[in-house]
Write a protein that binds this ligand. Structure first.
Ligand SMILES: O=c1[nH]c(=O)c2[nH]c(=O)[nH]c2[nH]1
Length: 311
């Protein structure tokens, strides 16, 4: 049976690049995981075994490390832009580059930390503790003409201990869920958002660090302020707040596991366990409801893939 070559891409995945910047004796860390995926005129590599058009994955790895030294890592978006542009612009056989990045954040071990109150924050110049919050994400795609920049994060776990209800849903013969007028709403948020910037008619790069901080702030603000009748409604509020307040973002996608907290039945020992009195919950880890949604600016195209995975 004849076969044909379909979609293909290649590159070195999960390069763990750690860049230390020294500002006198004060140090800064950028700790990233960068994955390169290249595509283009690569039929011969697959069909005939000729590697004439193949830039080795080993070279793509070396380039990741060399660029961290040459250009630094100002933001993961900017670092990804440098890499994507380099692979496409320097290699005639490479027509498209997709760079995926994760960033692990570190903060200075400070005097306020209970484990480190032996020293003042100002004095801590080169000692860090890995931050437990979200992992920041970026995906940079470049086709020789324009960029597509997605930013995001994963694993930001948030909880509202009230102001969440769930009732009025479909009930059929399999439904056992009780309506709840005061429940815990908790989720571990993963999200991607797409920037309007494509680099085509605007050479100036946005301030990626500031944009990230502001988008995250808007998401958290909406989580705090929304009186939730479902996680779906909360996601829509979070997305709308980002689109309305951040002109640089046209589309945002959320994937939110509903981290169920069930009020434990304590009637076996004659204890009431009502939310209004401060209840004891059973935190179930699986199964979990998985709520996903894309929120768009009116008129914008939906381009973030539905099943976007993290790396
Ligand atoms: O916020 C929720 N959305 C649902 O669709 C759902 N389904 C369910 O069982 N609990 C919840 N909670």
């Amino acid at each position: 049976m004849p076969t044909i070559l379909g979609q293909n891409q290649y590159g070195k995945a999960e390069n763990r690049v750690v860049k230390i910047t020294r500002d006198g004796d004060t140090h800064h860390i950028k700790d990233v995981n960068v994955s390169v995926a290249l595509s283009g005129d690569l039929d011969d590599v697959h069909l005939t075994g000729s590697n004439a058009n193949c830039l080795p994955t080993d070279t793509t790895k070396n380039t990741c490390f060399a660029f961290a030294k040459e250009y630094g890592i100002e933001s993961i978006e900017q670092y990804g832009i440098h890499l994507a542009k380099h692979f496409v612009d320097s290699q005639p056989s490479i027509h498209k580059a997709r760079i995926r990045l994760e960033e692990y954040s570190w903060e200075r071990i400070a005097g306020s930390d209970a484990n480190a109150n032996f020293i003042g924050a100002d004095e801590v110049k080169h000692s860090f503790v890995r931050k437990g919050q979200e992992i920041r994400l970026a995906q940079v795609t470049y086709d020789g003409e324009k960029f597509e920049i997605l930013s995001g994060f994963k694993d930001l776990t948030v909880m509202n201990t009230t102001n969440s209800e769930f009732w009025g849903y479909i009930k059929d013969k399999y439904t056992t869920l009780k309506e709840d007028y005061d429940r815990i709403l908790a989720t571990s948020l993963s999200t991607w958002w797409r920037h309007t910037w494509t680099g085509e008619d605007d050479e100036r790069n946005p301030n990626w660090e500031r944009s990230y901080a502001q988008v995250k702030k808007n998401i958290l603000h909406a989580f705090v302020e929304t009186y939730s009748l479902s996680l779906q409604q909360t996601l829509f509020q979070m997305g709308s707040r980002v689109i309305n307040n951040r002109g640089e973002v046209d589309e945002i996608r959320f994937s939110a596991p509903n981290k169920h907290h069930f009020r434990q039945d304590l009637s076996f020992c004659d204890l009431d366990n009502e939310a209004k009195d401060g209840a004891v919950y059973y935190a179930a880890d699986r199964p979990y409801g998985l709520i996903e949604a894309t929120i768009l600016r009116d008129g914008a195209d939906q381009r973030i893939p539905i099943d976007m995975t993290n790396l």
